[in-house]
Design a protein around this ligand. Structure first.
Ligand code: ADP
Ligand code: ADP
Length: 232
């Protein structure tokens, strides 16, 4: 089955002149697949990610996440679905300024009933995998932009979400760190996580199984990349 299905989705922002951010998008994202979204600025990438992540609802059409029709859920039910299913790796990383890197990464698990020692261990493991083993006691203000982004990445992945949504995940990263992050995504994908990554970088998109090209709020084309079988 599909992790996410969009059927004829339209999103219109109404601030004065209506903006058709998405204009009839149908897309099925198979469970366990790895999808990249590309397109020029303003083509609807962020709007699409917000819908897939249950942060927003469409003006028209249907969004189904984990078998549930998002448009039929209450705000509260959407929040729960998000919390249990989705890991967000977005540019606005919202780390808690008074918590250390380790505490920030461990935080989401407190809402999942995980014990304290296990939380710390899992957070430590994720921080090591993003190359920040020696920074766990630093506050966000003591970290560089790229390091903060990696803390946010570790936090997004710590609950083992079924669906990971990443918006320009390697935007501020140097080449080595970017490679680490993309390798980490590949590991999660290999373990069965559904990955959706918005990027302007062709080489980042090419780590996915297919690239969805957006233009003016529509799917211009879907490019299947070599050596994969994502159909299910
Ligand atoms: P992208 O991520 O590809 O740059 P967006 O999804 O952010 O595209 O935006 C698509 C269109 O919708 C753009 O014309 C943008 O200006 C508009 N838009 C996005 N968010 C809002 C909003 N909250 N209110 C009004 N217009 C918006
Ligand atoms: P990045 O490429 O990850 O953004 P920077 O070049 O900004 O890295 O930072 C390089 C080093 O400087 C990092 O190892 C980081 O620990 C340190 N650093 C950056 N900002 C601060 C800060 N505000 N306080 C302490 N150390 C910092």
């Amino acid at each position: 089955g599909a992790a996410v299905t969009l059927e004829n989705v339209r999103k219109i922002y109404q601030l004065g002149e209506p903006v058709h951010a998405l204009d009839g998008v149908s897309l099925s994202i198979p469970r366990g697949s790895y999808t990249a979204i590309m397109g020029p600025s303003g083509s609807g990438k962020s709007t699409l990610m917000n819908l897939v992540g249950c942060l927003d609802t469409p003006t028209d059409g249907t969004v189904i996440v984990d078998g549930k029709d998002v448009t039929a859920l209450s705000e509260r039910e959407r929040t729960r679905l998000r919390g249990t299913q989705v890991g967000f790796v977005f540019q606005t990383f919202n780390l808690m300024p008074r918590l250390t890197a380790l505490e920030n990464v461990a935080l989401p698990q407190t809402f999942q009933g995980v014990g304290k020692d296990e939380r710390r261990e899992r957070a430590r493991d994720l921080l090591a995998r993003v190359g920040l083993a020696d920074r766990e006691d630093h506050l966000p203000s003591e970290l560089s932009g790229g390091q903060r982004q990696r803390v946010a990445l570790a936090r997004a992945l710590v609950n083992d979400p079924a669906l990971v949504l990443a918006d320009e995940p390697s935007g501020n990263l140097d080449t080595d760190t970017e490679a680490d992050v993309l390798d980490l995504f590949a590991e999660f994908h290999d373990a069965g996580t559904t990955m959706v990554v918005v990027t302007h970088e062709r080489h980042v998109a090419e780590r996915a199984e297919r690239i969805v090209h957006l233009l003016d709020g529509r799917i211009e084309r879907i490019e299947e990349l070599e050596g994969v079988g994502v159909e299910d």
